[in-house]
Design a binder for this molecule. Structure first.
Ligand code: IDP
Ligand code: MG
Length: 141
């Protein structure tokens, strides 16, 4: 049985600035996931605050929104069997320090000693989250 689902992936400003967009998308495509839609944009503060609403009030919320608005991001609608879980596995742990080798954040992410908050890429953490996030990022210009 093959149930196709969708997820939202964001190549964050550090990923775009470090010219890693191609490498990150290459890894997702190599796994067999389909690029259904893709756009580059400079996200507005309102969009970022809605996207990260679950983290409002945490100490890193301000720096996170600031960082995410610091440059263009690439938003991707990605499809595949259990793609939400699969992409989270490809990303690795949130903090590059402990992300396993072989993962995107483990191989390419930089030590937070120099760049707290930065970790190259976002991916939805559950199918319901993906639906909410895809509506946010792909319904406005
Ligand atoms: P995730 O991106 O792996 O799902 P979340 O806990 O949802 O991680 O956090 C959202 C983003 O906020 C992370 O990707 C990272 O950029 C940033 N972040 C999370 N925890 C911390 C922290 O403890 N210090 C600084 N930044 C953090
Ligand atoms: Mg998260």
């Amino acid at each position: 049985m093959s149930i196709v689902e969708e997820t939202l992936v964001l190549v964050k400003p550090d990923g775009v600035a470090r010219n890693l967009t191609g490498e990150i998308l290459r890894r997702l495509e190599a796994k067999g996931y389909q690029l259904v839609d893709l756009r580059m944009l400079q996200p507005e503060r309102e969009l970022l605050e809605a996207h990260y609403a679950e983290h409002a009030g945490k100490p890193f919320f301000g720096p996170l929104v600031e960082f995410m608005g610091s440059g263009p991001v690439v938003a991707v609608r990605l499809a595949g069997h259990r793609v939400v879980e699969g992409v989270r596995t490809l990303l690795g742990a949130t903090e590059p320090t402990v992300a396993a080798p072989g993962t995107i954040r483990g191989d390419l992410g930089r030590d937070w000693g120099a760049s707290v908050v930065q970790n190259l890429v976002h991916a939805s953490d559950a199918p319901e989250t993906a639906a909410r996030e895809l509506a946010l990022w792909f319904s406005r210009r």
